[in-house]
Write a protein that binds this ligand. Structure first.
Ligand SMILES: Cc1cc2nc3c(=O)[nH]c(=O)nc-3n(C[C@H](O)[C@H](O)[C@H](O)COP(=O)(O)OP(=O)(O)OC[C@H]3O[C@@H](n4cnc5c(N)ncnc54)[C@H](O)[C@@H]3O)c2cc1C
Length: 309
C-alpha cells in the first residue's frame, strides 16, 4: 500500500500539415495572398535557423484546422472565392470566437488531444468514461494486471485546510469536556479518516496477497496465461474502488470543452475536478483561442463563456 498523486501527461495532439494544406488550398484556387495567410510558405531564413522540417511546420496549433474546416463550409477563405461572400472575419481569433458564440461546434471535432492519466482511482475512471461522444479510452486492465501492493490517492478533502489548523489552535484546552471538543475538531476527524483509509487498503492488500497464496500454483510462471487472467479477474473484486490505476484518454476539442465545463464546476466530484482543472489548464496553454473563453467564477471554479458548443 502506498500513496500516489494523480498525474496528467499530454502525450499527443493533432498538428496541421502545412505543406499539404498549401496544396489543397492551391487546388481550391485561393489567391497568393490568402495562401500565404492560411499556409505560409517555407521561409528560407527560418530554414537556415531551424532546419527544413521545423520551418515547414511553423503552424502547430489545432485552431488552424478548426478555422480551415469552418471556412471550407462556405468557401469563406477570402471575399469573392464564393460569389455570395463579400466580406470575411479576417483574424482567426474573431473567427473562432464567432464559432463558439454561435454554437457551431462540429468543426471543433477535427482536432484531437491525447492524455495519459496516471494514479487515478476507479471512482475517477467510472465518471470520466461516461463521456462517450468524441472520446477514445484505453484503461489499465485489472483483469490482466496483478497487484503487488495497492496504491491509492488520499482525497484532498481529508487534508487539513488553514481553517482546520486554526480551529485546532483556537481550542481551549482547559475547559471541561476537552475530549469531546477535540474529537469534534475537523482536523481530528480527518486524521482518523486517513487512518481508516490506510487500514482499509492495508487489509485489502493482505487479503489480496492471501488469495495469491491460495492460488500460487495456478498463478505461477508455468501456469497458462488464460488461468492467470481468470484468477486475476476474480481477485480484483476485493480491491477498493479507490485503487490507483491509469490509462489514455483522447478527446476532440468539442468533447474536451464539454468535459471541462461539467467536471471543473462546483458540482464535480473532487478527484475528477482536480484532473479536469489540470487538463483545462493544459488546453488553455495549448489552444488559447479555442479555450480562451474559460475563466474562474467568483468561487474559483472554471466555467466557459460559451456553453456546450
Ligand atoms: C455532477 C455530476 C453528477 C452526476 N451524477 C450521476 C449519477 O448520479 N448517476 C449517473 O448515472 N450519472 C451521473 N453523472 C453522469 C452524467 O449523467 C453523464 O452521463 C456524464 O456526465 C456524461 O456526460 P454526457 O451525457 O453529456 O455525455 P457525453 O458523452 O460527454 O456527450 C456529450 C454530449 O453529446 C450528446 N450526446 C452524447 N451521447 C448522446 C446520445 N446517445 N444521444 C443523444 N445525444 C448524445 C449530449 O448532448 C451530451 O451532453 C453525473 C455527472 C455530473 C457532472
Amino acid at each position: 500500500m502506498h500513496n500516489v498523486e494523480p498525474k496528467i501527461y499530454l502525450i499527443s495532439k493533432s498538428i496541421p500539415k502545412n505543406e499539404n494544406i498549401f496544396d489543397w488550398l492551391s487546388d481550391l484556387k485561393l489567391s497568393d495572398e490568402a495562401l500565404d495567410k492560411y499556409a505560409p510558405t517555407i521561409d528560407q531564413s527560418r530554414v537556415d535557423t531551424l532546419g527544413e522540417e521545423k520551418a515547414s511546420f511553423n503552424n502547430t496549433s489545432g485552431e488552424v484546422v478548426v478555422e480551415l474546416a469552418g471556412r471550407r463550409c462556405y468557401m469563406s477563405f477570402e471575399p469573392g472565392l464564393n460569389k455570395n461572400v463579400t466580406k470575411i472575419r479576417e483574424d482567426i481569433k474573431g473567427y473562432i470566437d464567432n464559432i463558439l458564440k454561435s454554437g457551431h461546434g462540429s468543426v471543433l471535432e477535427h482536432v484531437y488531444f491525447t492524455f495519459a492519466i496516471e494514479n487515478v482511482s476507479r471512482v475517477f475512471t467510472g465518471e470520466m468514461n461516461r463521456h462517450r461522444a468524441g472520446m477514445a479510452i484505453s484503461e489499465g486492465s485489472m483483469r490482466y494486471i496483478r497487484f503487488d501492493d495497492i496504491p491509492f490517492w488520499m482525497p484532498n478533502s481529508l487534508i487539513d485546510t488553514d481553517e482546520d489548523i486554526k480551529e485546532m489552535e483556537n481550542l481551549e484546552f482547559n475547559i471541561q469536556n476537552r475530549e469531546g471538543k477535540i474529537n469534534a475538531c475537523t482536523s481530528i476527524k480527518k486524521m482518523k479518516s486517513q487512518e481508516l483509509f490506510r487500514k482499509a487498503f492495508l487489509q485489502a492488500e493482505e487479503n489480496y496477497k492471501e488469495l495469491c497464496e491460495i492460488w500460487k500454483n495456478e498463478l505461477s510462471e508455468t501456469s497458462t496465461f488464460k488461468m492467470k487472467k481468470h484468477l486475476t479477474s476474480m481477485m480484483r473484486r476485493i480491491i477498493p474502488m479507490g485503487v490507483a490505476t491509469g490509462g489514455i484518454w483522447t478527446g476532440n476539442i468539442r468533447a474536451l470543452r464539454h468535459i471541462c465545463e461539467m467536471r471543473c464546476s462546483e458540482a464535480a466530484e473532487e478527484e475528477i475536478l482536480l484532473v479536469a482543472n489540470q487538463i483545462l489548464e493544459i488546453m488553455m496553454t495549448e489552444e488559447p483561442t479555442l479555450f480562451g473563453d474559460f475563466g474562474k467564477d467568483e468561487k474559483g471554479f472554471y466555467q466557459p463563456k460559451h456553453h456546450k458548443v
